[in-house]
Design a protein around this ligand. Structure first.
Ligand code: G3I
Length: 396
């Protein structure tokens, strides 16, 4: 239903920006063929992404476009693997760098899946967002089954966290662009979560230690605090703002703040740009790290079919505004959707009463949705804007 409208939009964007949007072949193959000469469209060279891919359009404005990657699909699902390489210039492991997966048995590391992603990224000229070193969720059961209780002593927990951070950061030294060092340390009311880490340190002191240990292990990696609902001005965003300001004042090596960006059309669009900017004004980089835009959907098995046929218009608007907020803030160095195929999204499994879904840029058959084309247009229109740092996204 949206395709004709978008095709028109793309032509006008192409005219405005000078980007060859309808396939890269015209840009690569010289003068356009006459109808009589027209044959199969040549494939783009393997070493260069198509000019209308999100990653190529992002390059033009100095913004890395990322995706979370499901390692059950990468390598085994041909379409999934191709899209990951073609569309994105940064990748985040959705699960395989989390403590539960890298050290399922105490003292025995399993880096295999994460190593595979890093290799894939190198081969495809992508940067890696490491996710995540300190979190209360997805801990190995030998450490804690719920993130809030444990049989281990405080001293043991402190030693374990130091070893975990140092071993993991050293293992990937030189291969990680941004590390989510600490994830989700605050509740929505702005109070610190009283996790096993908070209790072991008797406060938030574990966070400064975590950043210092990570920095020692890989001084070149950009170190981020990452959380959700920072997009909205309110108790949580304010508390995290005050806290990272304190970290900066204490010269803790924090480089940035990640705004997860799990958005929902039932709520108003947040004052995201203002929040990105006020954190950036503290001398930090910012990034949108886990963007998705969910909406109400039908019951199983159609969990990715919106109940409101007009929902995609709201979703297009939210995706577009999320992208524009990042584009408008010079210190926003990457924009990462939390995956790209609705089938693989965490949303339908988590928000099932009432059912929500359809949160990503590609549908269940890995076909781009209208939301994808809106981002393409936003990036194309931004090309050449003078306030961006330029190709490469300001790596460090
Ligand atoms: O690997 C096991 C598999 O062996 C088992 O058969 C299956 C049965 O449930 O579970 C599998 O583990 C699941 C894992 O994803 C890998 O698929 C876990 O149950 C499931 O809870 C886990 O969900 C992940 C969730 O984090 C955990 O909290 C989601 O995939 C992942 O998208 C989500 O990502 C988080 C970010 O890390 C932080 N911000 C919020 C975001 C969404 O919750």
């Amino acid at each position: 239903m949206h395709r004709p409208k978008l095709a028109i939009g793309l032509v006008s964007v192409a005219l405005l920006s000078g980007v060859a949007l309808v396939g890269s072949a015209s840009a690569e193959a010289g003068p356009a063929a006459t109808p009589a000469q027209a044959g199969p469209v040549p494939a783009p060279p393997q070493d260069r992404p198509a000019a209308d891919s999100l990653r190529a359009l992002g390059d033009r404005v100095g913004l890395r476009i990322g995706t979370a990657v499901n390692m059950d699909e990468l390598g085994s699902n041909a379409d999934y693997t191709r899209i990951t390489a073609e569309q994105f210039s940064s990748v985040t492991p959705e699960n395989v760098m989390k403590w539960q997966l890298v050290e399922p048995t105490r003292g025995t590391y399993d880096w295999a899946a994460a190593d595979r992603l890093v290799e894939f990224a190198k081969k495809n000229k992508q940067l890696v967002r490491g996710h995540t070193l300190v979190w209360h969720s997805q801990l190995p059961t030998w450490l804690s089954s719920d993130g809030y209780t444990t049989t281990l002593s405080n001293d043991e927990l402190k030693a374990l966290l130091k070893k975990h951070i140092q071993d993991q950061v050293k293992h990937f030294k030189g291969d990680i662009w941004q590390w989510d060092v600490v994830n989700e340390a605050f509740d929505d009311d702005g109070k610190p979560r009283e996790t096993v880490w908070y209790k072991a340190w008797g406060g938030l002191g574990y966070i400064a230690d975590a950043f210092r240990w990570a920095h020692e292990a890989d001084p070149k990696a950009l170190l981020f605090y990452n959380d959700y609902n920072l997009e909205f001005t309110g108790p949580k965003s304010n508390a995290v703002y005050d806290f990272v300001k304190t970290l900066k004042a204490q010269r803790v090596p924090i480089d940035g703040v990640g705004f997860q960006g799990h958005l929902d059309t039932q709520y108003g669009f947040p004052d995201l740009q203002n929040n990105l900017q006020r954190f950036a004004d503290l001398g930090l980089k910012v990034a949108e790290t886990e963007v998705d835009v969910r909406t109400f959907t039908e019951a199983a098995p159609n969990v990715n079919t919106p109940t409101d046929p007009l929902a995609s218009y709201a979703q297009e608007s939210y995706w577009s505004r999320a992208m524009k907020a990042c584009l408008a803030v010079r210190e926003c160095i990457s924009f990462t959707p939390w995956g790209f195929g609705d089938t693989y999204s965490w949303i339908p499994g988590w928000f099932d009463d009432p059912q929500e879904g359809a949160a990503l840029l590609y549908d269940g058959n890995l076909q781009p949705k209208s939301q994808y084309y809106v981002l393409q247009q936003d990036l194309a229109l931004a090309a050449g804007a003078p306030h961006r740092p330029g190709p490469g996204g300001g790596r460090h």
